[in-house]
Design a protein around this ligand. Structure first.
Ligand SMILES: *Cc1c(COP(=O)(O)O)cnc(C)c1O
Length: 393
């Protein structure tokens, strides 16, 4: 394989995402492999303490196999099933809806705001019915949802609020970290997210009892965790449960990643500020908002939404960027209710979700991750400008 850096005539590659794994993570994994404990060990506990400390003194946290596992557990905890409804945003990762659907309950989709991609909270009330059990929100690309409005609606109805925080490490709403605004928050440590454990997730809450329940149902519904057992191997089972734990290898990586998260977030912020500045004067696109003074964005990526006349050329523009060594992505390529599965089952049409449909079909996600610096941001903006100019309208 050729090394792009070894060829001085070509600029270096700008991948959309790259896991930031250093010698510290490698050594930590080797240490686990040299020891006797691959699961149920001290590292998962340490990672939970570190992640909770990062969020603040009111946080409780428990490790998971993935964010999807955590979303599923959040609904298992609520005991939802056929006949129940959960409000979910139309523009999100399919996991947000699938984890409702798999319980037998029905995801009720609400369109997003055109300017932010976040669930349009003004449309939630009309979607509530006597069967609604929870409102599930996603802090889209790391921009906090209007949580005061969501929490007020949920409190009036006595229903739960689930926060999908997969892209929200570092996101804050009125100073409070995302994940501690609703009843439960779920984070993802998939390779291209803010930090990685290869696969992994974390459930957090300001309520200790919520996290305690998740701890039980993530481990078969045992009454005692390994360290609570008086006699080894002896436990009872007090409820249904699954195996959604995080292993010690992943947790060891997570502990090292947490030490670097402030640095990762600072670089993301610098990159995002630079890229937003460069894109501000570019014709043919609009950039999804970074919010207002009440909201701290986690700078997961920047979504450029192509104007209608450029939209049919999205593939060509992304290819042209790729030829310049610039990686892009799409978050997310089909509004969830319009995916084959959900449209076939529920008969949803694009007319009901115009903003989600527009963002999913017309946006390009541009990278701002800590593997990049501000000079890369200038290249991304120049590349996008040239790619747009190269489109034959
Ligand atoms: C990535 C992502 C998920 C899934 O996370 P996993 O850890 O891969 O299960 C869920 N929701 C959103 C919004 C995501 O971006």
């Amino acid at each position: 394989m050729s090394n792009p850096r070894s060829d001085s005539t070509s600029a270096r590659e700008i991948p959309f995402g790259r896991p930031m794994i250093g010698d510290e993570e490698k050594q930590a994994v080797m240490d686990v492999l040299s020891g006797p404990q691959l699961v149920h060990g001290p590292r998962a506990k340490q990672f939970e303490r570190d992640f909770a400390a990062f969020l603040g003194p009111t946080a409780h946290a428990t490790t998971l196999g993935s964010c999807t596992a955590g979303l599923h557990l959040a609904y298992v905890r609520l005991g939802i099933g056929p006949g129940d409804e959960i409000i979910v945003p139309a523009q999100t990762h399919v996991a947000t809806a699938h984890t409702v659907e798999i319980t037998g309950a029905t995801p009720v989709f609400v369109d997003c705001e055109a300017a932010t991609g976040n669930i349009d909270v003004r449309q939630i009330e009309a979607a509530l019915t006597p069967r609604t059990r929870a409102i599930s929100v996603v802090h889209y690309l790391g921009l906090p949802v209007d949580m005061d409005e969501v929490n007020a609606l949920a409190a009036r109805r006595g229903i739960s609020v689930v926060e999908d925080c997969a892209l929200a490490v570092g996101s804050r709403y009125k100073g409070v970290p995302c994940g501690l605004l609703g009843d439960i928050g779920l984070f993802s440590f998939y390779p291209v997210k803010h930090l990685t454990t290869a696969e992994g997730g974390m459930a957090v809450s300001r309520y200790a009892d919520v996290v305690k329940r998740i701890e039980q149902i993530k481990a078969f519904g045992y009454d005692k965790s390994i360290d609570q057992r008086v006699m080894p191997g002896v436990y009872d089972v007090i409820q249904l449960g699954l195996n959604y734990r995080m292993n010690e290898l992943a947790a060891a990586i997570g502990i090292e990643q947490m030490k670097k998260v402030p640095r990762f977030l600072a670089q993301r912020r610098k990159n995002a500020v630079a890229l937003r500045h460069h894109l501000a004067t570019l014709h043919g696109i609009s950039v999804l908002s970074d919010g207002d003074a009440a909201k701290t964005h986690s700078d997961y990526c920047i979504a450029a939404v192509l104007d209608d006349r450029l939209a049919p050329h999205r593939g060509a523009i992304m290819n042209s960027l790729k030829e310049r060594g610039i990686g892009t992505s799409v978050y997310y390529p089909v509004a969830v209710p319009l995916t084959k599965y959900y449209s076939a089952k529920y008969g949803h049409s694009a007319a009901a979700f115009p903003n989600a449909h527009r963002i999913s079909t017309q946006s390009i996600a541009l990278p701002v991750g800590p593997h990049l610096d501000e000079s890369d941001m200038a290249r991304i903006a120049e590349g996008l400008k040239s790619a747009i100019e190269g489109v034959h309208l």
